[in-house]
Design a protein around this ligand. Structure first.
Ligand code: HEM
Length: 496
């Protein structure tokens, strides 16, 4: 698909290799730097780390390599020992940090939890309750200046709290109440613990393992942040677990559909240790919370700076949902205050679906994937991979490749996802890698689209979000694509 490396776009120094360029750019514009390097090298680049540091890796965004690594030769590419060491204290044995048999068993069991009767309705009803009961009331307060003042708020913070509470409700069966009407937006310790860890993990990934392990022993720099984050999350998760165990003998509790309850009920012999249940909880809350709040934040920004996209989304909601459901419309005095969108209507929100895909393309919540070769191999791009070599796949860069998306790849154009017949154009997963491809692809994909469509349509129908002038919107160097400076927006209630 793409040609072999042309010339090295990064200077290689004696002894330290290319590490200085990586460290320098990691603090300024990591994702942009990776994108430039990959493009200038024709799609795949061999990064040389310091001598004796085992930090060499292959950086690629070539779709043929993606197909090979994540699908065709899946068995040869695991997460690898170094990657797992980086995330050990955070995810432990959670599904995203395991390989082999342990991963296979968890995947099967989590898959069946997603498919359990009534689970989808439980998740959507939970989301609706939190949205109606809390999110809308918080936004209402902000509009009437009872919130942070002048109808302004950091929407990244709001959606992050909302998604954290929402995910805790269906993963752990408990609402921690970080988005709350009665209080102002006070300390968000658990959310901050996730963010701090994810930001610090980047450093662990790009410096030699011995360096961060030494810093961990001393408890300095980003390692100090990591140990504080772990402490907060441990306290939170073990607390939830203790309360759940005390209630689990009650039949009413055993019927709850949240993942943790269902996992514990199925584990009759008590084979899952408390540590494993903690890892399971931390991982699944992260899998849903960080990805969903990222895409919601970038989407609110993109829609705010593209008014024509906002207009088309509203027209579609009006056509597909409002006009089609006279009941709720009339109940709200001639307009729909809170669209209860049916599954069928959800499928017909094609333009909204396209807007979500387009946001994901330009701003993938998980900007890269790391894999490690089990045996020697040759990539379709012609690069020889030795056993133990790390591969860093840039999903961020793949979403901005002319070869896949055309010359207008840097523009935000939801229409590119819609065919002449008005249907969503299917792009193979190895070219649109946001949910990954192959046996390890995301288990929450279809649920994510349902939740995103529900939240976005309700938010945009009821509220207008305008940018507060004079802010710089840019991604933070982190393993999740969050905004470095938050997203300050002016929120106002829509007039109908
Ligand atoms: C826009 C939303 C989402 C995006 C972009 C996304 C993306 C991804 C990606 C890239 C992976 C591969 C991770 C890796 O192997 O390192 C993944 C795996 C996974 N995702 Fe999602 N995800 C989203 C939402 C969700 C939600 C809501 C859930 C529900 C809890 C979820 C559950 C999972 C699970 C369990 C895995 C592990 C699969 C495995 O290792 O076999 N995801 N997701």
């Amino acid at each position: 698909f793409l040609s072999k490396s042309k010339s090295a776009p990064v200077v290689e120094w004696p002894v330290v290799g290319m590490l200085p360029a990586l460290l320098w750019n990691a603090t300024t514009d990591l994702h942009g730097f990776v994108d430039r390097v990959v493009k200038e090298s024709g799609g795949t680049f061999v990064f040389k780390g310091p001598w004796f540091a085992k930090l060499d890796f292959v950086l690629t965004s070539d779709p043929m390599n993606a197909n090979h690594i994540f699908s065709k030769n899946f068995a040869n590419y695991g997460k690898g020992e170094d990657f797992m060491a980086v995330f050990e204290e955070f995810f432990g044995e959670g599904i995203v940090n395991t390989d082999g048999e342990s991963w296979k068993i968890q995947r099967q069991r989590i898959h069946s939890l997603f498919n359990k009767d009534g689970f989808e309705s439980f998740v959507m009803e939970t989301l609706q309750r939190k949205m109606e009961g809390t999110l809308f009331r918080v936004l209402g307060d902000i509009c009437s200046s009872r919130g942070l003042g002048d109808g302004q708020v950091d929407m990244q913070d709001v959606v992050s709290r909302f998604m954290f509470d929402n995910n805790c409700m269906w993963v752990l069966g408990f609402d921690p109440g970080y988005l709350c009407v009665d209080r102002r937006l006070d300390t968000f310790s658990c959310g901050k613990a996730y963010d701090d860890f994810e930001e610090a993990a980047i450093y662990r990934l790009i410096v030699p393992r011995g360096v961060w392990e030494f810093q961990r022993r001393l408890g300095v720099g980003s390692e100090k942040k990591i140990s504080q984050s772990i402490k907060i999350l441990d306290e939170f998760l073990y607390g939830v677990l203790k309360a759940k165990k005390q209630e689990l003998h009650k039949e009413e509790q055993r019927q709850q559909l949240d993942f943790l309850t269902q996992w514990m009920v199925a584990d009759e012999k008590g084979e899952s240790s408390d540590k494993f249940l903690r890892d399971f909880g931390v991982t699944l809350v992260a899998a849903g919370k960080d990805t969903m709040s990222s895409v919601l934040t970038w989407l609110l920004w993109l829609v705010a700076i593209h008014p024509e996209v906002e207009r088309k989304i509203l027209e579609e909601i009006e056509r597909v949902v409002v006009m089609a459901t006279p009941g709720p419309t009339q109940r709200e005095g001639g307009r729909l205050g809170f669209p209860i969108i049916t599954k069928d209507e959800m499928n017909r929100l094609v333009y909204l679906h396209a807007t979500i895909c387009e946001t994901l393309r330009l701003y993938p919540p998980a900007p890269f994937e790391v894999r490690c070769a089990v045996e020697d191999d040759m990539l379709p791009s012609g690069h020889l991979i030795h056993k133990g070599t790390r591969i860093l796949f840039s999903i961020y860069s793949m979403g901005k490749m002319k070869e896949i998306w055309g010359n207008d790849c840097m523009e935000f154009k939801p229409q590119r996802w819609i065919s002449e017949q008005g249907n969503i154009i299917h792009v193979p997963s190895y070219k649109f890698l946001n949910f990954l491809a192959g046996p390890r692809s995301c288990l929450g994909k279809s649920l994510s689209f349902m939740q995103l469509k529900f939240v976005v349509s309700n938010l945009l129908w009821n509220y207008k979000f305008d940018m507060v002038e004079g802010q710089l919107v840019k991604p933070l160097a982190s393993i999740m694509l969050t905004m470095e400076n938050g997203l300050k927006m002016r929120v106002s209630k829509r007039d109908f």
